[in-house]
Write a protein that binds this ligand. Structure first.
Ligand code: NAG
Ligand code: NAG
Ligand code: NAG
Ligand code: NAG
Ligand code: NAG
Length: 495
């Protein structure tokens, strides 16, 4: 065997060194030469470090067909269709030195969706199976190889760069960036699937994936952390940059379950699950075309969580993954969405606008509200109204809720002020608001209507309280709202 796999913790250390701005302890030239030397020794001389494998079958065991520069005969023999779409799938850094399962899933999803397309796997395993820092250094070389292959294909006649879609995962996203930069002409599209962060965050556009690398660059960010170690790049690097679930803590990856007591194995699994989620979201967009997920442009994740950004006006919303519409006039446009924990990932987003009256002039009330939505097709579960910063009293508050099921046309809404304190934190909150108002233990707020906007349909509806004489709600109580109007009244009419 060539090398012992580099444990993730090592990657951690490497990153810390770089983050701290100190030089890499692995940097010395002698060391790199050593690595290169060793890998050359073991690699058969006939096997180039970058290979282009045209997948001619859905069977992962099938060998496929290797494309080589200056041999146009194999191109025909392989069944390469010069006028069809061409996908290049570019993997990232590897610990195992082998292809991972996601690759075959992606190949098969592309072949299913685009029957005529050429699906080419860029195999740079020998260069990716190195210390992370070295693999990063090779991205440029590999990008140049891809560009050379594309240039040569262009010389073969009918081939058009506009039909080329490079799909790069992790480090592979930056390889795609280099390829797009080096190629003669402009490739049609690059999709970055959670582009690698360490050693790319904040660097010059020529040293990472950027919107200049293709006619359209779209990016999915699934493992970003604003503190500590971020495997995926946080900064936007495409025309549109989609951050599912805020770009971190992907549902179903179990970080919340293990936080606090983590075994190394588990944390590695969580990292892999969240990082790889980008690939699965892309695969989902290919195979579940009838269940597209939409993302909404927003300046940051908190504003999205507050439900402020569910607009589709002026191209502010888009499908994610393969179905994304080209947005060349945008650059580094950040988009957000919530997802399910598995395929199909799509959910239904709703914005809720609620004016909360505080007639009793209470201070420091932090109610725990939740809603249940009743639709023509089905009813939602109890959905908590998350207070992202602070609740505004005598003010209109906006909330984001989402459902996994399509409820159909909404008919009514139940609003509940949860009394039961399920956590010590909410118990503390209740106690605190009680203590601040000891002479006014009867906590009460008033709500007359709820305005709802569906992100998916852009439909706006107004729900009015059942009985205008009874608009007050206290802990442990509920209020019912019925659909009273299509649309929202444009004038501010909260009086
Ligand atoms: C392909 O041909 C070009 C010139 O026609 C040459 O420079 C290049 O080295 C050749 N590449 C390979 C891999 O044979
Ligand atoms: C090649 O692709 C084009 C465009 O998708 C398609 O019209 C044509 O039928 C394909 N040719 C073959 C031989 O499959
Ligand atoms: C990166 O690789 C090139 C050769 O491709 C080498 O000259 C250079 O020193 C390497 N840089 C680092 C930081 O290892
Ligand atoms: C909210 O408005 C009502 C009248 O509309 C007023 O009585 C109450 O004191 C106000 N509460 C606060 C906290 O300003
Ligand atoms: C509401 O209470 C605050 C003090 O808690 C007081 O300053 C304010 O004047 C009150 N407003 C009304 C309208 O009663």
């Amino acid at each position: 065997m060539r090398r012992i796999s580099v444990p993730l913790l090592c990657l951690w250390n490497v990153y810390c060194c770089f983050a701290a701005g100190s030089p890499s302890p692995l940097g010395p030239e002698a060391r790199l030469q050593d690595v290169r030397h060793r890998s050359r020794e073991v690699r058969p001389a006939s096997k180039p470090p970058v290979r282009f494998n045209l997948r001619t079958s859905q069977d992962p065991e099938h060998e496929g067909c290797y494309l080589s520069l200056n041999h146009s005969r194999p191109l025909e023999d392989c069944g390469f269709n010069m006028t069809a779409k061409t996908f290049f799938i570019i993997h990232g850094w590897t610990m195992s030195g082998m292809f991972e399962n996601w690759l075959y899933k992606l190949v098969s999803a592309l072949q299913t969706r685009e029957k005529d397309a050429n699906v080419v796997v860029v195999d740079w395993l020998p260069l990716a199976h190195q210390l992370y820092t070295d693999a990063v250094n090779y991205t440029r070389v590999v990008g140049r190889s891809v560009a050379r292959m594309l240039d040569w294909l262009q010389e073969q006649g009918d081939f058009s760069l506009g039909n080329v879609h490079l799909i790069g995962y992790s480090l592979g996203a930056h390889v795609a960036g280099y390829a797009g930069n080096f190629v003669k002409g402009t490739v049609g599209r690059i999709t970055g699937l959670d582009p690698a962060g360490p050693m790319f965050e904040g660097v010059d556009i020529h040293k990472r994936l950027s919107p200049d690398d293709a006619d359209f660059v779209d990016v999915l960010h699934t493992y970003t952390r604003s503190f500590g170690f971020s495997i995926g790049i946080q900064m936007p690097v495409g025309h549109i940059d989609v951050y599912p679930n805020g770009g971190d803590y992907q549902p179903g990856c179990g970080l919340n379950d293990v936080l606090g007591s983590i075994a190394f194995g588990t944390i590695a699994e969580v990292m892999k699950c969240e990082h790889e989620r980008a690939v699965h979201l892309f695969v989902d967009s290919l195979v579940n075309q009838d269940k597209p997920s939409f993302a909404f442009q927003c300046t940051d994740s908190n504003r999205f969580k507050k439900g402020i950004c569910l607009s589709c006006r002026k191209n502010r919303c888009n499908s994610i993954g393969y179905n994304a519409k080209k947005m060349r006039n945008k650059r580094n446009s950040k988009m957000y969405l919530k997802t399910r924990a598995g395929m199909p990932f799509r959910v239904y987003h709703y914005q809720m606008k609620i004016h909360i009256f505080n007639y009793k002039n209470m201070t420091a009330v932090e109610p725990t509200f939740s809603v249940t939505l009743y639709g023509a097709n089905s009813d939602s579960e109890t959905l908590p109204l998350e207070i992202v910063e602070q609740l505004g009293l005598n003010a209109t508050n906006t909330f984001l809720v989402y459902t996994e099921e399509d409820l159909g046309d909404l008919l009514k809404i139940k609003l509940t002020w949860e009394r039961t304190s399920e956590s010590w934190y909410s118990l503390w909150k209740e106690l605190r608001s009680y203590l601040s108002q000891p002479h006014n233990p009867q906590r009460e707020l008033n709500i007359r209507r709820i305005r709802v906007k569906s992100g998916e349909t852009q439909q706006k509806l107004t729900f009015c309280v059942e009985d205008l004489e009874h608009t007050s709600i206290s802990p442990g109580q509920e209020l019912w709202f019925h659909k009273c109007r299509d649309g929202w009244r444009t004038k501010n009419e909260t009086r």
